[in-house]
Design a protein around this ligand. Structure first.
Ligand SMILES: CC(C)(COP(=O)(O)OP(=O)(O)OC[C@H]1O[C@@H](n2cnc3c(N)ncnc32)[C@H](O)[C@@H]1OP(=O)(O)O)[C@@H](O)C(=O)NCCC(=O)NCCS
Length: 181
């Protein structure tokens, strides 16, 4: 990694570098080790629930994921990396609107581009379903998620006060997905 790119690096990434051994410093995935993204199935749910429980203060239950797998308007996807389930995204798409209902990456697999790959799959599927924009809500404290969405071109459209556990605000975000850039 070049010194110049380290100088322009955001603080969270520098901190990550300081905490990691040298051999995994390169944040770019080599093409042979890109995550494999595929539809979620019932057999994935034990692994999905472990990630969900370590990612959210109020995690979804098995029934929520079962509902997403069964619903004709929902498109849940898994990312496999290094032979195991590393993350997932639950997309809903109905007419012109798509929504990200849930996304998480295993704590030890974050910062490798897996979240970005999952979101790109969600854009691809939503466009196939003729969605024109994608909406989501995110906790105000979810700085990694907000960083991911802003990096992908989502804009803040409002706030839902005390939405989470009646104490934390939700930030509403949207992106026009008709343009592919
Ligand atoms: C949000 C989450 C899915 C991101 O997954 P990830 O695989 O670590 O993200 P990526 O490595 O693909 O990062 C893509 C971009 O997101 C942004 N990002 C990722 N982690 C970030 C952080 N800790 N702080 C700020 N921005 C961050 C950056 O712009 C990053 O691009 P860069 O690496 O080129 O700087 C992951 O942190 C997570 O599971 N969080 C807990 C669950 C959650 O909050 N889900 C969202 C619910 S709304």
């Amino acid at each position: 990694m070049h010194i110049v790119s380290m100088l322009s690096m955001p603080d969270y990434r520098l901190k990550r570098l300081q905490e990691r051994p040298l051999y995994i410093l390169c944040p770019v995935m080599n093409p042979e080790s890109l995550p494999n993204i595929r539809p979620m199935s019932e057999a994935d749910l034990d692994a999905v629930l472990l990630i969900e429980q370590s990612s959210f203060p109020v995690p979804w239950k098995r029934e929520h994921f079962q509902h997403e797998i069964a619903s004709p308007h929902s498109f849940p996807y898994i990312a496999e990396y290094d032979g195991r389930i590393a993350g997932y995204v639950c997309l809903m798409s109905l007419f012109e609107e798509a929504q990200i209902l849930d996304i998480a990456v295993a704590v030890d697999q974050r910062g490798r581009g897996i979240g970005r790959h999952l979101m790109e799959k969600a854009f691809e599927v939503a466009r196939e379903k003729d969605a024109e924009f994608m909406a989501l809500e995110v906790r105000e404290s979810g700085l990694a998620a907000i960083g991911l969405y802003e990096a992908l071109g989502f804009k803040r459209t409002g706030i839902r006060a005390n939405y989470y556990e009646a104490t934390e605000n939700a930030i509403l975000m949207e992106k026009n997905i008709k343009e592919t850039t």
